[in-house]
Ligand binder design. Sequence first.
Ligand code: CO
Length: 211
Amino acid sequence: MKLLKNLFDNNKKWAEKIKEADPDFFAKLSRQQQPEYLWIGCSDSRVPSNQIVDLLPGEIFVHRNIANVVIPTDLNCLSVIQYAVEVLKVKHIIVCGHYGCGGVQAALAKRAFGLIDTWLRHIKDVYRHHQESLDSITDPDEKLNRLCELNVIEQVANVCHTSIVQKAWEAGQELSIHGWIYSIEDGILKDLGVSIAGACDISETYRVNLP
Ligand code: CO
């Protein structure tokens, strides 16, 4: 018996449905990908990038990790950004968080979870950067959701601070970085209004002088 037969059955039906709508879909896609967007999101199963924005395979390049964190030493995430910017030449990088994020919640808890603590440390750092305003929020859900928003905003900055993105801007490449947040409760995305389209919008400290 085939393991996980239900998933293979689903896959067959899905591929047939796509081919019904466009018989050449997979043939065209197999030749190249030209996505306009790089999505950096949370691994949460309730926040699937393509479905949320109703895009087909080939339209969005994706990197997901716990709590949509962009860390300057994370070779996995940086490699995705580099490939997306330099080879695929995406026009938009979207950092998308979500309200009620379990990773952000865990970072708020004063508990040791093991290996993941090192990852969650980066979210604790976001808290510390905004300590005063976050400490003033008494409602726990409101505090969590505000930290989810602030985490997205910090990660947008982290993407902009990479030399990959700054090099692209310097070369005149069209590239904008956006911060969005998704509500699992109603399926609606919100733009946090922190879009950045050039080096002039980032802090002097992080600017890289390129030859
Ligand atoms: Co999450």
